[in-house]
Structures are given as C-alpha cells and as structure tokens.
Design a protein around this ligand. Sequence first.
Ligand code: URA
Length: 209
Amino acid sequence: MGKLTIVDHPLVQHKISLLRDEQTGPKEFRELVHELGMLMGYEVTRDLPLKEIEVKTPVAMAKTKVIAGKKLAIVPILRAGLGMVDGILSLIPAAKVGHIGLYRDPETLEAVEYYCKLPFDCAERDVILVDPMFATGNSINAALHLLKNKGVKHIKLVCLVSAQQGIDLIQKEHPDVDIYVAVVDECLNDHGYIVPGLGDAGDRYFGTK
Ligand code: URA
C-alpha cells in the first residue's frame, strides 16, 4: 500500500486553518495555497537522491552533496491544482509542468477529462500530481490512470485537505503511489464536498463565486 504522510508541521496546520476560514478572501487564499505548495513541496522532495561532489570553499576543498539529476514533473489537476504549482516549482525550478483537466459530473460525481497536456518525456520523469482537494478520489483516480497510460512509473500525490473515503480508494487502486496531505477531514456531504473542508477550492482561489 502507498505510504500516507500527514504533514503535521505547525506552519502547514496554521495555514490550513486560515484557508478554511470563510472570511479569507481570494487574495489571501491564493497566497496561502502558494505557501502551502512550497511547504508540501519540501516534504515531497525529502527523499530525492543525492550525489557527492567536491567544491572549493574560500577555506578548503569540501565534499558536499547535490541532487542527483532526478527528472521531475509537476502535474496539477485543473483548475484548483494550479495554485500549488509555483510554490513547488520555486523549490525544484528545473521540473517540467503538465496539466490535466477534469471536471466532476455533478450527478454521478465521476471525473470527466477535458484537457491533457504532459511533458513529451513524462514517462521518464517522476511525477508530482497536485490537487488541493482530495474528496471522493474519483478525479485523482482518473488522473493517475491517465498518467500511467502515458507510461509514467513513479508518481507522488500531494493534496491539502483530504477525506478518508478518497484515500481508501487511491490506496486500493494505486498501491504504488505515495500520498502527502495536510489534513484528513471527517466525511463528504451529498455533493461530494469535504466536511468541514474549505468549500470549492477553485472558486475560492479564482474568486468565481
Ligand atoms: N473540490 C473542492 O473544491 N472542494 C471539496 O470539498 C471537494 C472537491
């Protein structure tokens, strides 16, 4: 089964609380999602392989470490996932970025694909799939199948607010995928929204409601 990491860092938990607050407007919401992208990015890159190099300091030669040229791609699920990209990208600027567009059929809550553009060499890259909301898991499940159909072999999933139902689905369907979330909430409501959650992440980020 894929490893589930709940990122319980105080800064993450604090910013999630601000994000949840219905009084938080789009400007602050965007800033928080950006900062959380960075903080989650720090955790998800924790096991990047290192290699030893030598550099000359002003004092002496030093044996020191750098990241061992891992090829990465960040893939947000549109549209709410977009907000987390820049924060992660600021830590790993050489990563390529793909996009997967899925919407939820309001009746069935099933994911419907409307856009997919991935780096041409995505099969050789480790992919960080991002979506702030991990509710039923249907969109994430569809995105993971899509990535795997394109030949991607190593995927990590990074979300902010999750529900156990979605986590159970992805751990069952994709036991090879490690999952990083900030919080696991109580349940989903009849519309598939996370309770207590934070509402519609896309609408709150883009100010569309
Ligand atoms: N997507 C959202 O934006 N919010 C939820 O609570 C669930 C899915």
